[in-house]
Every structure is written in structure tokens, then in C-alpha cells.
Ligand binder design. Structure first.
Ligand SMILES: Nc1ncnc2c1ncn2[C@@H]1O[C@H](COP(=O)(O)OP(=O)(O)OP(=O)(O)O)[C@@H](O)[C@H]1O
Ligand SMILES: [Mg+2]
Length: 279
């Protein structure tokens, strides 16, 4: 199926229709650029600033949020879609964060039956009362699955690292979103940079290409330094911000979270609801 022919279906994302919940998707063109670390550390920082943050782990790959936080979910969204578990059953609270494991269920999210759509909607609606913000950790790349999660979000954060492949692949994400006529508010975080200047250079290289070839604007949230402390914290299965709060990259995460909090506070409620059920 072409990207264009799946547009209708992709637009009807159930997650997107939970309209009173603010949603940010964190994604990247290529893998391994630091999405999951950004998700978790921004989540911890925002929690410290008084927000209640839920995280949807929507990357059905190895070594993601479970490993980073040292949790072992037994249930996930696929159980919810089988009507075998409720949101409270699959959710895990860790470091003040509410983690929702998507597990293998993430692959079904673009092909739900009507019954499953209602089930998922009913369960996710509960989040409106439990959390101020949902952060979605997506897989890398431009599969329908990822695009549907990007469309569900109020804002998309693209994590870009200094290597050329990351910049080129990030461009592809914006291009697909633009072609689907579903351009979101895109914000860039540069990660694993040497210094502030390299972060700015990477952003400018990227944003100039986006402007020149796609005539779109992207916003810069800021940078995270390449920092050994992050690797050490990962070995302890703890977010670096918690394990080493004074580390250089931890200060970057705090700064980014401060900026992000301002943006979240200004977010308008999401798009019109698809479902008009009263629960
Ligand atoms: N700021 C940083 N400083 C040093 N190393 C980093 C930093 N950010 C990420 N890394 C390294 O990059 C690796 C990948 O990070 P992470 O798992 O967060 O990326 P990801 O984009 O979620 O990957 P995937 O696409 O596989 O889900 C980490 O294991 C770590 O080695
Ligand atoms: Mg990841």
C-alpha cells in the first residue's frame, strides 16, 4: 500500500483522538541516536518540575525503555487489545514515570478492528486524569506505524546526531510528513554533540535543507552533549539525570525539559475526537 493510500487510516489514529491528553512523539530518522535516553531523561526532568508524565514505549525492538529503567513488563498493549488487561494492569510506575509498554501490540495499532479501537480509546482516556503529558518513544524510520504515532502527537521531537546519515534520514521523516499533508510542529534536539556550537551547526544544516527543499520550518529545542556518564548510568539501568544529576548531559536534559515544559503549557488541546462515547 502506498503512503498516500494509507493516509485515511493513519489519520484515524486512536491515540490521537484522546484529545484532552497532551502528546509528544520522540522519533528519529535512523536508529541509535539517543531517542530512548531523551524520552526517559526528559520524563524524569519534567516529573521533577511537577508534571505527571506517562511514556508509551512504542518501539518494539530490543534494548529500549525496559532495559534503561530495569523493568520487565509482563503485559503490554497487545493484552489490552485482546481485552485481557486494563491500562492499570499493563502500566508500570518507575522513577515517578508511568510506563505503558506497547510490546508486540504496537504492530496492530494501524490495523485495529472497530471493537479494538473502542477498547483502546476507553483505556487511553483514563490517562487524561492520570497524566499531564504522554511522551511516545517511537521506532526509527518512516514505517506506517511510526508515521501514525507522529500524526497522533501534538508535537514531534526529532533527535538528530551529528553524523550525515542521521541528518539525511531525519530529512526523510519530515519529507514523508509533508507529503502526507500532515506536517506537525517539528522540534529538533541534537544529541551526542561535542559542544553547543556543533549542536547549532547540525541543526542549521538540517533546518536549511528542510527550508530549501520542503519550504517548512523546524524549531530548535537544544542539544545534549556526548557524555560518558550516560553510558555508565545505562549500566546501572538508571536514567543519567537521576544517577549523575551534575553530569554535563544531565544539565542539558534539565535545560531542554525547562524549554519543553513551556511549549507543553502552550499546547492547544488535540484534534476533534473521533469517538463520542461517554465513559
Ligand atoms: N548523550 C550521549 N552521550 C553518549 N552516548 C550516548 C548519548 N546518547 C546516546 N548515546 C549512546 O547511543 C546509544 C543509543 O541510545 P538510545 O538507545 O537512547 O538510542 P535510540 O535512538 O533510542 O536507539 P534505537 O533506535 O535502537 O531505539 C546508547 O546506548 C549510548 O551508547
Ligand atoms: Mg530506543
Amino acid at each position: 500500500m502506498s503512503q498516500a493510500s494509507t493516509l485515511h487510516k493513519i489519520n484515524e489514529s486512536v491515540i490521537g483522538s484522546v484529545s484532552r491528553l497532551k502528546k509528544i512523539a520522540i522519533t528519529s530518522g535512523k536508529g541509535g541516536v539517543g531517542k530512548t535516553n531523551v524520552v526517559v531523561n526528559l520524563g524524569v526532568a519534567l516529573t521533577g518540575m511537577g508534571m505527571k508524565v506517562a511514556i508509551l514505549d512504542a518501539d518494539y525492538g530490543l534494548g529500549n525503555i525496559d532495559i534503561l529503567l530495569g523493568i520487565e513488563p509482563q503485559l503490554d498493549i497487545s493484552d489490552l487489545l485482546k481485552d485481557a488487561a486494563a491500562l492499570e494492569d499493563i502500566m508500570i510506575e518507575k522513577n515517578g514515570l508511568l510506563i505503558i509498554p506497547a510490546g508486540s501490540g504496537v504492530q496492530s495499532l494501524t490495523q485495529l478492528s472497530e471493537y479494538q479501537e473502542i477498547l483502546l480509546y476507553k483505556e487511553l482516556k483514563k490517562l487524561e486524569k492520570m497524566a499531564d503529558l504522554l511522551i511516545i518513544d517511537t521506532a526509527a524510520g518512516i514505517s506506517d506505524n511510526v508515521i501514525s504515532l507522529l500524526l497522533a502527537a501534538d508535537e514531534v521531537i526529532l533527535v538528530v546526531s551529528p553524523d550525515n546519515t542521521s541528518i539525511v534520514d531525519s530529512y526523510a521523516v519530515i519529507k514523508v510528513a509533508a507529503e502526507l499533508d500532515a506536517f506537525k510542529s517539528f522540534t529538533v534536539i541534537t544529541n551526542m554533540v561535542r559542544d553547543e556550537e556543533e549542536g547549532t551547526d547540525v541543526f542549521l544544516k538540517f533546518s536549511r535543507a528542510v527550508k530549501k527543499f520542503l519550504n517548512r520550518e523546524v524549531h530548535y529545542l537544544g542539544y545534549v552533549l556526548k557524555d560518558e556518564n550516560l553510558l555508565t548510568a545505562m549500566k546501572y539501568q538508571e536514567p543519567v539525570l537521576q544517577k549523575f544529576p551534575d553530569a554535563a548531559c544531565s544539565k542539558n536534559f534539565l535545560q531542554l525539559a525547562g524549554e519543553l515544559k513551556k511549549r507543553v503549557e502552550q499546547m492547544e488541546p488535540g484534534p476533534a475526537q473521533k469517538f463520542r462515547l461517554d465513559f
